[in-house]
Design a protein around this ligand. Structure first.
Ligand SMILES: [Zn+2]
Length: 275
């Protein structure tokens, strides 16, 4: 049974010391094998899965003013339909963290946490071929919507994988938690960070966390060992000082501008590579 083997391998990974390497490898495996080991969803079930995904996409959780009330309601109704335990925690008022739990059969074991964020980045509708909150499906089956990749798709895959597992009668040994956090796109300070430092999190006894990756449009997954990182620079600019009336050549400000211009050129070249 691939599903059980996979959960067992996750449990082995939990007990080893190579968590970081296992995390990235396990995410796509978890999502695909978890479901692949079960009966394939019928046509009707497939359209229900898509329609639930569309509903989530149609909720406007765009920063800077996401509709958390609707996303919370939606996720709680999903939790309810899956008989998952649920709680809404507002470490910061108006910024809910939705925490769902599927209790394991052996509560002495550390748990697994599947995290995703509810919020999405802003959009310019005029640059979209279909309305960004419409969740339109074209003839090819492509779904257009802000958050369809980052990362409502992942949040829904967690829930749908649990739905398939529950239907098959599967019972996990470890407790499985799902966290839906509110503010990843603006730093995560009021959601994930507060959760990570909370007593709630301590009590969850989490051993392994799966989080955001990059979705794929086909059956292949890209694995990353790093993503974007800050690159801090200290620029020391030298130049002749003096009274402004003198208009010195080679002033510190003039030299600093050369550095900024070269950074701008580098940024533009990277931007061209990306698009
Ligand atoms: Zn994201």
């Amino acid at each position: 049974m691939p599903v059980i083997e996979l959960l067992e391998s996750m449990e082995k990974a939990c007990n080893s010391h190579y968590h970081n390497q296992s995390l990235l490898l396990l995410l796509p495996l978890f999502l695909s094998l978890l479901v692949a080991g079960l009966a394939y969803p019928t046509q009707d079930e497939q359209s229900q899965i898509i329609s639930r995904f569309q509903q989530y996409l149609q909720i406007n959780t765009t920063q800077p003013s996401p509709d958390y009330q609707s996303s919370t309601q939606f996720l709680l109704s999903q939790a309810n339909s899956l008989s998952l335990e649920s709680q809404v925690i507002e470490f910061v008022k108006g910024k809910p963290v939705i925490l769902l739990k599927w209790p394991g059969s052996d509560l002495s074991l550390p748990s697994i946490l599947l995290n995703s964020h509810m919020d999405v980045v802003p959009f310019e509708p005029s640059k979209w071929t279909h309305p960004p909150l419409g969740a339109y499906i074209d003839e090819g089956g492509n779904i257009f919507g802000r958050g369809s990749q980052d990362m409502k798709s992942v949040g829904m895959q967690y829930l749908e994988a649990i739905r398939r597992l529950k239907l098959s009668g599967f019972q996990p040994k470890r407790s499985l938690y799902l966290s839906f956090v509110p503010d990843e796109e603006i730093g995560g300070y009021d959601g994930a960070k507060k959760l990570a430092y909370s007593d709630v999190f301590k009590d969850m006894n989490v051993e392994i966390v799966l989080d955001e990756g990059l979705p794929s449009t086909d059956e292949n997954y890209r694995l990353f060992y790093a993503e974007t990182a800050p690159w801090w620079l200290v620029i020391k600019s030298n130049g002749a000082p003096g009274h402004g009336a003198k208009l010195y050549d080679n002033s510190a400000m003039e030299n600093l501008l050369k550095s900024i211009e070269s950074i701008s050129r580098f940024r533009a070249s990277q931007f061209d590579l990306l698009f």
